[in-house]
Design a protein around this ligand. Sequence first.
Ligand code: NAD
Length: 343
Amino acid sequence: MSTFIFNELNFDNHEQVVFVAEEKSGLRGIIAVHNTNLGPAMGGCRMWDYASEAVAVNDVLRLSRGMTYKNAVAGLPIGGGKSVIIGNPKSAKTPALFEAMGEALERLGGRYITAEDVGTSPADMAHIAAKTKYVAGLGASGDPSPFTALGCFVGAQAAVKHYLGRDSLEGLTVAVQGLGNVGYDYARRLHAAGAKLVVTDIDQAALERARAEFGAEVVEIDAIYDVQADIYAPCALGATLNPATLSRLKAKIVAGAANNQLATAEVGELLRRKEVLYVPDFVINAGGIIKVCYEYYDKPEADVEAHVREIGVTLAEIFRRADAEGLPTSVVADKLAEARFKQ
Ligand code: NAD
């Protein structure tokens, strides 16, 4: 077992990994605290019907490590962590399950602060909050997705400025993959800035809305990779950038909200060689965690937007360094994060 954990690619010097179980509620969960050099670890609590415990461990370690990098580059006074509850979010939820998770967080004494994630809801967070104050994003001021969308828009502007030398998105074509909470709002901003939209989603209603509201052109799910676009905006799934999609991609810029867009780390270098400007996912999509962090620490809501807009400044620096050092933007973003949290 120890060989499996410590040799796990994503273990990467996690400070603490806690396995929690409670008989009465049936809780089986894992809390991963990757790094707290910059402050308490913050990251969501995911509930998922994992195929095996090994898959759950790998997922929580990968996500927790990712939060350290995201939070550090976003300039937040927090570290990286994540938790998972093993179970079907559609059938296995009870208040007692989340209360037991809350008790487990309380025992960590604030080293990890949780929040909503895939498979969990504000109502679940309220049950956790019955047992601990170490829970953020209770929905007091609403869904953080509009701030993630703002960060994406600012990121697209920074990329266009750097790569095309333009201050405006007017007349550019953006291929948006996924019109959910973030994608739709991002599309609205792109449309308002004069961009042409080509969109896809599995949700027909969202496509109809985008067609009516933004005059968007709709394409089939798989056809999004072939669109003659200036920007490809992945806002649905991870790992959409891989050798197969790269050979089809026409866009010169990738700027979208999805987590873990690169199927493998090597794809960052493939994008660089293809002269595609990749906007690193964990930098561009930090708007939501910035909002949640401000809310948790009772910092003025009026300052959130300015902080999210800083994403554009950070990206401009990453693009400059990537050019100067001949490195993929993904590598430069990692280095920037490490310089901040590895003190
Ligand atoms: P969401 O579930 O609201 O939206 C996802 C959309 O993608 C849905 O409309 C869904 O129908 C669509 N979709 C699913 N499969 C698809 C496919 N094969 N092709 C095209 N569309 C497909 O999620 P969201 O909150 O908008 O988040 C979008 C992405 O951004 C996710 O990867 C998420 O992890 C990431 N992200 C979100 C936030 C946030 O604040 N919500 C923050 C950081 C990162």
